[in-house]
Design a protein around this ligand. Structure first.
Ligand SMILES: [Mn+2]
Length: 313
């Protein structure tokens, strides 16, 4: 397997000592009606395979972040490979993912998760308690993802933000890019509003810009970022299961993510819901995914950055 940006590949590591660690999680709790594994399960390796196209060389200048990643990224950065669920109970697999993330967050590693569908975020959220500080969740998505369950399944891709709202470690949620019709019904919208989620539709984001998003995150608060590729416009991320016009554009989202990474302790992020079989247009979706991640890394660790991990660095 080709690693992300040719980072050292350390699969199955028990004790990882890293400032930044990337982990693929191919599968989440499946819905009975969906194929197993689904198309999104191939995304971690598909994104890794495009590394040289979203970053020609880490030593070369990145005009998005105004730096070069080789200079700003701390030396201990690892690709942990993929967490594999190949059978047995989903409960056991999810618990093992959560424990892996807890070990990383106990030592203040900044984590980058490649999904998988949006259900992979749930066992990651369960590990936020290891950070020992409150966390704000920022979601980029066309959808609310607030279902308590779908067909009895509670940890699938329609539920991650509902799950976040029940986490004691999560003190606030901002959801950006919502549009059209997804799994949410009136009752889920009312539940999200009752929780106090900051819901910024795609139309409102187009009108008000990044500042309206930044204003919802308390100063000094740690942030976990979850990016569903369908939140972005299909012009730039076409390979998703639910392409929806009117989405967020790269030139709007990249500066928003850089601002979050510079102002806040960005403890980790995931990028989910890329469907590689539909990425025939020159790998554009995987390239955009990589560019979003590089903007976060470059801003976290570059000049003035929130240093994704340890405050003492
Ligand atoms: Mn989603």
């Amino acid at each position: 397997m080709k690693s992300f940006l040719d980072w050292p590949l350390v699969p199955d590591a028990r004790e990882v000592d890293a400032d930044v660690a990337l982990l693929g999680i191919a599968r989440s709790e499946p819905y009975p009606r969906d194929p197993q594994p689904n198309d999104q399960a191939g995304a971690p390796d598909a994104i890794r395979a495009q590394s040289a196209r979203f970053c020609y060389s880490v030593g070369n200048w990145d005009f998005d972040t105004g730096s070069d990643l080789a200079t700003v990224l701390p030396p201990r950065h690892l690709d942990l490979g993929n967490a594999l669920w190949v059978g047995g109970s989903y409960d056991d697999f999810a618990a093992s993912v959560t424990e892996r993330l807890r070990r990383l967050w106990r030592q203040q590693t900044q984590v980058v998760i490649l999904g998988g569908d949006h259900g992979v975020t749930i066992p990651v959220l369960d590990a936020l308690d290891a950070l020992g500080e409150p966390v704000h969740v920022l979601q980029i998505d066309a959808h609310l993802d607030w279902r308590e369950h779908v067909d009895g399944v509670r940890r699938g891709y329609s539920s991650p933000l509902r799950w976040a709202s029940t986490s004691p470690a999560v003190t606030g949620i901002t959801q950006v890019g919502l549009r059209a019709v997804g799994s949410a019904r009136r009752e889920e919208v009312e539940a999200a509003r009752a929780y106090g989620s900051h819901i910024i539709t795609a139309e409102r984001f187009h009108a008000d810009g990044a500042d309206a998003v930044l204003a919802t995150i308390p100063a000094g608060r740690a942030v976990y970022l979850t990016i569903d590729a369908d939140g972005m416009d299909p012009a730039e991320m076409p390979a998703v299961m639910a392409p929806t016009p009117g989405g967020l554009r790269f030139h709007q989202v990249a500066p928003l993510l850089r601002a979050v990474a510079r102002r806040h302790h960005l403890v980790g992020m995931d990028l989910v819901e890329v469907a590689p079989s539909y990425d025939a247009l020159n790998g554009m979706t995987c390239v955009t995914a990589g560019r979003l991640i590089l903007n976060v890394l470059g801003a976290s660790w570059g000049p003035g950055g929130g240093r994704g991990g340890r405050a003492d660095k």
